[in-house]
Structure formats: C-alpha cells, structure tokens
Design a protein around this ligand. Structure first.
Ligand code: MUC
Ligand code: MG
Length: 367
C-alpha cells in the first residue's frame, strides 16, 4: 500500500461555552483535519488542535508543516512503515501536534486496512474509560453549578479544576466551595498551566490541605528546575508534568530531574506511537499517568479513549474526555455519548471517527 496524498484542512467551530485557563483561552475550535489517502482507497483521519500558548503551533503552521514539509517526503511511502515516516517527521524539530496528528491518522489507516479497531491493535485492555471533566476559570459558585450539572447529566464524578490565578485565594476558595458542594466521593485535582511560581503552588497546597485533592498538574514552568524540584519533594500529592512532557525524551528528563512524579499523556501532541513510548517509560518507572485533554473535539476525544482504554495503566484513572460538550458542533458523523460517566471506544476498524462531509463543507475555512 502507498500513501498518495495528505490533506490538512483548516476549520472553525465556535464554542458555546469558552474555556479559560492560566496560559490561554479557547472560544473557537480553529483546528486542522488531517486525512491521509492511499492507492487502495483506505483513508486515515485525525484532528489537530493548535495550542500556540502551549506548543507555539497555530492552525496555519500545522497546515503548512503537514502539507509543505511532511507530505512531499511521506507520499509514496507504505503507511505501515511508520518508523520511516517518523524519521521524516523527526527532521523537523518541535511541531508536536502536527506530528501527533499524522501519527494518529496512520494508526487509523492501519486499523481500517486490517479491519481492526485501533484500541485492539494498541493493547485491547478494555472498551471504555471513566470521564474526568475539566473546569475552566469561573467564579467558585459557577464552578460548583457546572460540576453538579455534569454529575447529574452525565454521571461524571471526577473533575480537573483549572487554577494558576492570582491572588491565590481565588483558586483556594474555588477548591473549598467545590469540595463542600460535591462531597467526599468526588475526585478533584488541579492544573495550573504554569500560572504560579513553585513557591506559590506550595502555598496553595498548604492552604488546601484536608480537601482531598489528588494531583497537581504543571504548577509552574518546568524550566524553573530548582524551585520545581523543591516543590515536587515537598508536595504531598503527585506533581504531574503535562506541557513540559510532549515526548518520551521530555518525560525522561522531567522524571529523572525531579521536575514531576506523574505524567499526563495527550494523544493530540504525542500521537499513539510516542504516547506508547511515554507510557512504557512511566510503567517501567512506576509513575502514575493521566489521559489528558488538549481541548479536543469529539474526533480528538475518540483518539484519547482509543489509547486510554487500550492499556491497563491509562485506564486506572478517569480520562479527560468531555470538553467537546462545550462546542456548538463537531465534524464527527455519529456523536459521542457519555453514559454513567463513561465513554466507550468504537467497535469499528480504525479509530472509528467517521467524518460528516456536510459538516466539513460547512465549517472548513479554506473554500
Ligand atoms: C491542559 O491540561 O492543560 C490547556 C492548554 C492545553 O494545551 O491543553 C489544555 C488542557
Ligand atoms: Mg494540563
């Protein structure tokens, strides 16, 4: 089989409920749909969510990198020769989301060609994941109302609260209100997206002691290595690396230098191949992992649940899978549903993300 063409289609879908967090905000999904075509008529598909404030990539840069740098060197290769394709992509540094999306599209293509769901090819551990919902910046009472509604409507009992605001009391108060309103049985953890210094994070941990918070993600910039290591040593809960660990090399550096002691895996920026390497590193070292959300569409969320459900270690915790609910629409032909707090993988060849051509025509911005 040979790759005959690669499309990188920009599109825009507005959010009904924009999400704000310490490093940025999202009001429109300005994403890129990547499709890899072959001479046997099998097509692989994946969704790229650009996050300039996290990785420096934009909708335009992802489209250009995929179409101008990768496609000319990948066209003509066998889509099963993933290592050769990765060797091509490695010649361009960074651009993690562009690379991850091509990788997921290749896995989708492989699954379709073999007539197998990708969660089976990756590991086949289980067929669904518990859902964690990400709560963006809002006044404390609104956060509680949202969490209660997600509990009521979808059966979700795990929430990641976006923090990293100043004064610190805003987030400390939000933690208190959520714990009091949600009760003991609900899991609550924090993600500061580098909004604090390490010492500020330590203050927050001290002042939220007793609230049963389970994880603290990317509290400060991981480049502030010394103060970050001190925080990790003093923290009573795991400190999770997220944007500091898009590759297996980054994850090794952060874990070995004491910059974090748990890892957030995001398929959107690591693809399935590098996510597998990161996961192997974490299980080998005995480090906890979470399945993160790069503010993904339903296509991206299907990719996350495909990888997360495929492995035992990624299935232990709830995966961040529900923020597509904030969008006004999606390109997926058959919407994802959350039932009893869980999302199931699709029992279809590939990742199972069938695209609605009507919706793609409506939302694409290049025609
Ligand atoms: C997260 O976990 O940080 C916010 C920015 C980004 O790149 O992903 C989100 C969620
Ligand atoms: Mg994060």
């Amino acid at each position: 089989m040979k790759i005959t063409g690669i499309e990188a289609i920009p599109y825009a879908i507005p959010y009904n409920h924009p999400l704000a967090f310490a490093s940025g905000s999202v009001a429109t999904a300005d994403h890129v749909l990547v499709r890899i075509h072959t001479d046997e008529g099998v097509t692989g598909v994946a969704d790229a969510p650009p996050r300039p404030y996290t990785y420096g990539e934009t909708q335009v840069s992802i489209k250009n990198v995929v179409e101008e740098l990768f496609a000319p060197q990948i066209i003509g290769l066998d889509p099963f020769d993933r290592e050769k394709i990765h060797a091509v992509m490695r010649r361009t540094i960074h651009n993690q989301v562009a690379k991850g999306t091509v990788d997921i599209a290749l896995w989708d293509l492989a699954g379709k060609a073999l007539g197998q769901p990708v969660h089976k090819l990756l590991g086949g551990w289980t067929d669904s994941m518990r859902v964690s919902h990400m709560l963006g910046f809002k006044p404390a009472q609104e956060l509680l109302d949202e969490a209660l509604r997600f509990g009521e409507d979808y059966g979700i009992t795990t929430f990641k609260l976006k923090v990293g605001r100043r004064p610190l009391s805003l987030d400390i108060e939000a933690c208190r209100v959520l714990r009091e309103g949600l009760g003991e049985g609900v899991e609550l953890y924090l993600d500061a997206n580098r909004g604090w210094t390490a010492n500020e994070a330590l203050q927050v941990l001290q002042q939220t002691e007793g609230l049963g918070l389970t994880l603290l993600e990317e509290p400060c910039d991981a480049k502030e290595a010394m103060s970050r290591r001190r925080l990790v040593e003093k923290s009573p809960i795991p400190v999770v690396g997220d944007e500091s660990v898009p590759t297996a090399g980054d994850a090794s550096r952060e874990l070995l230098s004491g910059g974090c002691n748990a890892i957030c895996i995001k398929t959107a920026r690591s693809g399935f191949t590098e996510a597998t390497e990161i996961l192997g590193l974490c299980t080998g070292l005995g480090v906890d992992v979470t399945m993160g959300n790069q503010i993904d569409t339903q296509i991206g969320s299907l990719a996350t649940v495909t990888f997360g459900a495929a492995h035992e270690a990624t299935s232990r915790r709830a995966g961040e899978l529900s923020n597509f609910l904030d969008m006004s629409d999606d390109l997926l032909a058959e919407p994802i549903s959350i039932v009893d707090g869980r999302i199931s993988v699709r029992d279809l060849p590939g990742v199972g993300a069938e695209i609605s051509e009507d919706k793609l025509a409506r939302y694409r911005t290049d025609s």
